[in-house]
Design a protein around this ligand. Structure first.
Ligand code: SF4
Length: 736
């Protein structure tokens, strides 16, 4: 039997593991993990990352799955009818380009919206390049609830990207905030387990008793949505008990006295009432964290999808700052761009989008911490310490996404007449999915490119077949952290599948962008980006294993200062003050809660949150048998005591209902959750159910996001982050 290994970057979740894909007798049969770092550990342990990853185990099934999209198709019935006519790429591209040109001429470039999330290893920097040259500021992404706001606040307060999943052997204490790496990031969890063996302490803040929480020295279980109060309370203890790092604070912090005054408003007893966490436990956690140096904080989506997110994330950075852990070895590392390659920042050419167009962006003036204006401010400061440009495409420079769909319906603040959806499934992943659906019905022209026919693709006029990560190369990293990994296409694209790069370049060539697309293929573009390192993509993979990880060092601010207006970590933000916002964090009660909406809470007496299923990634993978056999149905975790109270048994189907509607889940007894809280899986749809309307592959049955609001009360007032967790609901048995 012929057996061969080819290096690739796995694109089936955000971890982007470097893998060796195994090819036996010309068939892909599996993949093995390749470790990027330098720690010594048994190969078996690392291999288990991929070996135990159900998505990776499904690779052989995935590559030629009968439901993969293989040819370009044009709509032949009404949107949602699932009637298609096969067309050539040339026909599709010519028509798409001319429709986009017409819309641009009639309504302005901003009338074309892009909902592209960067999933599936799709090298989204080339989408940004096309869009910026085309002249549209209407990028409808999802970074507001997925690290974008965290990155924005990191730049505002610390002047660089503080990273979270790089604990090392010096780390004496790890605090996980709304993050369960045992489920989401296996390589990080394996590192943490090694550290626990050597005596490192673990604090976990999570409303659910996760695998990480069960291993923690201290587990704090807050009421969902009250994290800002909890972290302010911890800061209160650290400052009032003189546990902070005075030398670092005196020399490197701006506004410490003002923060110290603010946190006096959050004594542990008051915080305990707000959060349900006992005051003594708050004190214990604060003391352990502050006295176990170096310590590191790692946060996850649990912290980014809740109300009051700006203050929550400010405190996430302030705790390591006041304890002197910022950029310290074993602490919270500030990572900058890779010095050796052409960055995504250079590919995206955001300067080609004029300031006039940027100013039009939906949400630009409403959410000033999520605006092009903010980007230009932080970029100016960033350049004082880094000699490299700053990329905008994934974390900022995006519209308030739900309002882009609203603009398709209302024409305000400007008409949005075309939508390009790529590597995204907004009908499942955005709140108020009915409004997203209405927008998709109303928009004049919709193009979708994906691997499988998703509910969102069903609402398109053209559906284009995307190459999977096995059929295209990828350069991952380099802009917000220095480590770069690259992989080649393991096989040539099958059928008529293409990398997303092909779409953007071909549209660019048809729309007057010829001189900006000198690289005929994505491989050529990768060669260009790696040229300063002295490699082509092929030679980089062959000679360097596709990895560049230069040493960037610690305590870099001692030479350069911090990349903020004052050159210090700004605990009192001069940027936020200038923008007219409160420059300090504060606790705000969630828009719906037992406290803020007592009448509503009588009818909706529980709090709904959501969690990730380890077998599934976002809305993907429901077609893959290897994955689906492990997770056949959407789960809602209920405390057995609560379940008994409402007459629900383990395995029963239940309805979770909010004022916006209801969704159906299978009850799973889980004693690690408060009886007042229910946690559901999210982004569920059923590829096996009818494609045509009204089913849309069961997009409305168990879609928790379809019953969450995104109206004015449910948006963070400074960043526009929408609330996907911590809203009121009721739960009852589905008797049908
Ligand atoms: S799907 Fe599994 S192997 Fe692939 S990147 Fe994610 S964790 Fe790694």
């Amino acid at each position: 039997m012929d057996k061969e290994m080819r290096r690739a970057i796995c694109g089936m979740c955000t971890n982007k593991c470097v893998v060796n894909v195994i090819i036996e007798d010309d068939k892909i049969t599996g993949q093995e993990y390749v470790h990027r770092g330098s720690e010594k550990r048994s190969a078996r342990k690392w291999t288990s990352i991929v070996g135990s990853c159900p998505r990776a185990r499904g690779v052989a099934e995935y590559i030629d799955h009968p439901q993969r999209l293989n040819y370009p198709m044009k709509r032949a019935g009404e949107r949602g009818d699932n009637k298609w006519q096969r067309v050539t790429w040339e026909e599709a591209l010519d028509d798409i380009a001319s429709r986009l040109a017409r819309i641009r001429d009639q309504y302005g470039a901003e009338a074309v919206a892009f909902n592209c999330i960067g999933e599936n290893g799709c090298s989204d920097e080339y989408r940004a390049r096309f869009q910026n040259i085309f002249g549209s500021p209407t990028y409808a992404g999802q970074a507001q609830i997925c690290y974008g706001v965290a990155a924005a606040l990191s730049f505002v307060h610390v002047g660089g990207a503080v990273h979270f999943h790089f604990p090392n052997r010096l780390t004496r204490c790890i605090m996980l905030l709304g993050r369960n790496p045992a489920s989401s990031t296996r390589y990080e969890w394996l590192q943490i387990l090694d550290l626990l063996e050597q005596g490192t302490k673990l604090i976990v803040v999570d409303p659910r008793g996760t695998e990480a929480a069960m291993r923690a020295d201290i587990w704090l279980q807050p009421r969902p949505g009250t994290d800002a109060a909890l972290l302010l309370g911890m800061a209160n203890v650290i400052i009032s008990e003189d546990l902070y790092d005075k030398a670092f604070v005196d020399k490197w912090c701006y506004g410490f006295d003002k923060l110290a005054e603010r946190v006096k408003e959050y004594p542990p007893e008051k915080v305990a009432e707000i959060t349900w966490v006992p005051a003594e436990k708050i004190r214990e956690a604060a003391r352990l964290y502050a006295t176990s140096k170096p310590a590191t904080v790692a946060h996850g989506m649990g912290l980014e999808m809740v109300p009051n997110v700006t203050s929550v994330l400010q405190m996430r950075y302030f705790l390591p700052t006041i304890t002197g852990n910022i950029d310290a070895p074993g602490g919270d590392w500030i990572l900058g761009p890779n010095p050796n390659i052409i960055l995504q920042a250079q590919i995206e050419v955001h300067d080609m989008l004029s300031r006039e167009q940027k100013a039009k962006m939906i949400g630009e003036k409403e959410f000033k911490l999520w605006s092009w204006d903010l980007f230009h401010r932080v970029e100016e400061n960033f350049k004082k310490v880094e000699k490299r440009p700053l990329a905008a495409w994934w974390w900022i420079g995006g519209a308030y996404t739900p309002d882009v769909y609203r603009a398709m319906i209302t024409g305000k603040p400007y008409p949005v007449k075309a939508l390009i959806t790529e590597g995204a499934n907004p009908l499942l992943t955005l709140p108020n999915a009915r409004m997203v659906y209405e927008g998709m019905k109303k928009v004049d022209f919709h193009v979708a490119m994906d691997i499988f026919m998703t509910p969102s693709c069903l609402m398109a006029d053209y559906v284009l077949p995307a190459a999977s990560y096995l059929e295209k190369p990828l350069i991952y990293g380099g802009d917000f952290f220095h480590i770069v990994s690259a992989g080649e296409a393991v096989i040539s694209p099958m059928y008529e599948r293409k990398p997303e790069y092909y779409l953007w370049r071909e549209l660019g060539l048809r729309l007057g962008q010829e001189k900006y697309w000198p690289w005929k293929t994505l491989e050529d573009a990768c060669d260009y980006r790696l040229a300063p390192l002295g490699f082509t993509l092929k030679s980089f993979v062959e000679e360097r294993g596709g990895i560049d990880a230069p040493h960037v060092g610690y305590l870099k601010y001692e030479k350069t200062g911090f990349g903020t207006p004052t050159g210090k970590v700004e605990l009192y933000s001069t940027i936020m003050e200038d923008l007219g916002y409160d420059p300090l964090p504060k606790y705000v009660e969630p828009p719906q809660s037992f406290v803020s909406s007592t009448e509503l809470a009588k009818d909706f007496p529980m709090i709904v949150i959501s969690h990730r299923n380890r077998n599934l990634y976002q809305s993907q993978g429901r077609q893959i048998g290897t994955v689906r056999r492990k997770s056949p149905a959407p789960i809602a975790q209920l405390n057995p005591q609560k379940a008994a109270e409402i007459g629900v048994e383990d395995g029963d189907w239940v309805w979770v209902e909010t004022p916006l509607g209801k969704a159906r889940f299978k009850c799973q007894y889980f004693s690690g959750i408060d009886p007042r809280v229910v946690s559901t899986e999210f982004a569920w749809w059923f590829p096996e159910k009818p494609a045509e309307e009204p089913s849309l592959h069961g997009a409305w049955e168990s879609n928790i996001n379809a019953i969450l609001n995104e109206g004015p009360d449910f948006r963070d007032s400074m960043t526009g982050a929408w609330v996907l967790r911590a809203v009121q609901c009721r739960v009852y048995k589905d008797e049908g």
